[in-house]
Design a binder for this molecule. Structure first.
Ligand code: BV8
Ligand code: ZN
Length: 248
């Protein structure tokens, strides 16, 4: 893929870069994106209908089993070239912030360091009553496992629709978006708030906004550079184009 020289120059000179990722960056690892997450017995449910406190109150076992199914899927995959290219970029740029909507933990496994998990992490479990985290729980039981401290139902440590994002991570993400010189939106349909507002916050501060996504999104008309294709192919090429021939 050819990258406009103006863009390469910008990125070469940039010392503050913020990146927002979504389910698209994990697609080439074999994980379904949110929009086409539901298959098999889950096909009858919209993700929003399972990822909410109301759904958990209505049928905790159904929601627990959905997350157990997704956890098994995640345990069976590895980061892809897109994840690793982002770890390379982090080494080349002095202030690099990786904000992710993904709960799969693949960025950390790939070696990224400065990660803000805006929507939590599916591999962590806590009590829905007292909030106590637990490292061990039994997945194949008739009912939802319970908290040893207060006997409350355990739940995945993710942010459900209608729940507020973790304050510290959100504040750090907004700050990174507002102070970066280049903002990347990668593998996200840009429809879920408050994450989707970050690119606009960066743009309003005069940052160069870049979209890398398999298809155009509502953000596309507003970006400075849009590269449509697979992030696992485009990101390694970008890293090579900017940093391989020792431009910086
Ligand atoms: C909140 C964790 C305070 C759980 C998730 C303002 C206006 C309207 C609505 C709202 C608003 N403010 C709040 C809301 C409500 C809601 C919201 O935004 N609803 C949407 C649907 C309109 N937001 C909330 O509830 C948030 N909480 O704001 O609290 C509050 C509360 C109530 C009212 C006011 C304020 C909490 C949102 C977080 C929910 N939790 N995940 C779990 O995972 O189970 S969201 C979840 O869905 C993901 O984390 C992610 O954020 C989102 C999915 O989006 P993407 O990651 O972008 O994935 P998607 O499949 O959509 O797209 C993938 C893209 O990749 C596609 O474009 C595809 O083309 C591309 N692609 C595919 N393959 C590749 C690729 N690109 C590159 N390479 C490839 N190989
Ligand atoms: Zn408890």
């Amino acid at each position: 893929m050819e990258f406009p020289s103006e863009f390469i120059r910008f990125l070469t000179k940039a010392s503050r870069v913020a990146v927002l990722t979504g389910a698209g960056v994990s697609q080439e690892s074999g994980l379904r994106t949110f929009r086409d997450a539901q298959s098999g017995l889950w096909a009858q449910y919209r993700p929003e209908d399972l990822a909410s406190p109301e759904a958990f109150a209505r049928d905790p076992k159904l929601v627990w089993d959905w997350y157990a199914w997704r956890r098994e899927a995640i345990k069976g995959v590895r980061p892809n070239a897109g994840h690793y290219a982002l770890t390379e970029m982090e080494k080349k740029i002095s202030e690099f912030t990786l904000v992710t909507q993904n709960v799969d933990g693949l960025h950390r496994i790939a070696g990224s360091a400065n990660i803000l998990e805006l929507h939590g992490n599916i591999l962590k479990v806590r009590c829905s009553e007292c909030g106590t985290f637990t490292e061990t729980w039994d997945d194949d039981v008739e009912s939802v496992p319970r908290c040893e401290k207060c006997n409350g139902l355990l739940r995945p440590d993710v942010v459900w629709f209608g729940e507020s994002l973790p304050r510290a991570e959100l504040e750090a993400a907004v700050n990174a978006a507002r102070t970066c010189q280049v903002f990347f939106s990668i593998g996200t349909s840009g429809v879920v708030q408050s994450a989707a507002a970050l690119a606009h916050a960066a743009r309003n501060k005069g940052s160069v906004v870049v979209e890398i996504n398999a298809e155009p999104t509502p953000l596309t008309p507003k970006v400075d550079f849009a590269f449509h294709g697979k992030s696992g192919e485009i990101l390694p090429e970008l890293v090579k184009a900017v940093w391989a021939n020792g431009l910086s």
